[in-house]
Design a protein around this ligand. Sequence first.
Ligand SMILES: Cc1cc2nc3c(=O)[nH]c(=O)nc-3n(C[C@H](O)[C@H](O)[C@H](O)COP(=O)(O)OP(=O)(O)OC[C@H]3O[C@@H](n4cnc5c(N)ncnc54)[C@H](O)[C@@H]3O)c2cc1C
Length: 399
Amino acid sequence: MATTVLKPDHTAARRHMLFTDEHEDLRNSLTAWVRNELHPHRNEWEETTWPSEVMRRAGELGYLGLCFPEEYGGQGGDYYYSLIRAECMSHAGSGGTVMGFAVQTDMVLPVIDLLGTDEQKQRYLAPGIRGEKIGALGITEPGAGSDVAGVRTKAIRDGDEYVVSGSKTFITNGPRADFIVLVVKTDPEARHEGISLLIVDLRDEAGDHVPGFTVSRELEKMGMHASDTGELTFDEVRVPAENLLGEEGKGFYHISWELQGERLVASAGANAAAERMFERTLDYAKEREAFGRPIGRFQAIRHKFAEMATQIEASKQFTYSVAWRFKNGEYPVREITEAKLFSSRMCCDVADECVQILGGYGYMKEYEIERAYRDVRLNRIGAGTDEIMLDVIGRSYGL
Ligand SMILES: Cc1cc2nc3c(=O)[nH]c(=O)nc-3n(C[C@H](O)[C@H](O)[C@H](O)COP(=O)(O)OP(=O)(O)OC[C@H]3O[C@@H](n4cnc5c(N)ncnc54)[C@H](O)[C@@H]3O)c2cc1C
């Protein structure tokens, strides 16, 4: 009887059990588009920010509506398509571009899809899916970030309108946005129960900012230079009452739901960013020689790759398993929070090790690990800081 010899096959393409052929087809086409149409512009967009036309192009190709209903122009796919999109976008080589798109597809549009009226979906979800309207999400204020219930922007009912006054800061896509999903206090005296969500048009038909709205500052950042980030001021901006999103006074719970999806997609994005840094650094370590051999052949460097690969794989598997629960109707807040915390830290650790492996070249702009190192640092702050993630997890045990 012939003996079967099993040899490890390290190069086999491993499709995760979550994903079907259709998921993988999308992965292939989206990755090709990102490599062909986004990646070549990564350096230019660090200076100019990503042009809004690429959002329209993504809309034409159907990449913005993967998980949204067909009646609003989406593809009606399941939640895994969002994960795949986050993973594919990492090939752009531009964290700022990835973030600008993620705000549209995974922060702004899902909450309108979940809570919006048919009319709101026709006015914001459908053109958002087509990439014709660009949205922003306004939670953070100069005086309230982690403490969402502490927001002060108020929306006071006046007849069939709300009058909105206050300011928001660190708002991604804010300077270019056509509309914003705004977290406001409809009852300024209350904390959680006083919060509501409003969809606010920021531009009129001619594309000019509406009366009372200004981009008070465009902010300069450590990384994510391809994205526009603004401080926004609302001075008695009049918003039709029909633009209330969800229920008045329930905005805190609505936005908490939004944050779960955002954090899970952030986990997938952090894992993918770590994979891209790993791949680039691996190529380098196989070519760069010191003391007569490729640096990857030193045990000290080889073990860094082994550590990083193990961390990346663990983080991916964890994210996928939490996504499976989320997709199947559970609301696993503790595990989503753990995945966000773990992947963000892992990604920053990988960035640091990759800079180290590239040595002086890791510190140079042309090798692009330097950019990734700055870009990914945001993961431990945005969508909830590490400290807030730890607090959510700790409290979930009744502490
Ligand atoms: C580039 C960029 C893009 C962003 N995009 C958006 C956007 O599009 N929309 C939006 O609304 N926001 C956006 N943000 C804001 C982001 O979500 C906030 O920065 C983040 O939630 C933290 O809020 P903060 O900066 O006010 O920090 P703070 O809340 O002031 O926290 C400061 C420090 O105190 C710690 N801390 C606070 N509370 C606690 C606590 N209870 N226990 C322990 N530690 C605590 C924090 O962890 C942190 O270390 C963006 C931020 C950046 C930098």
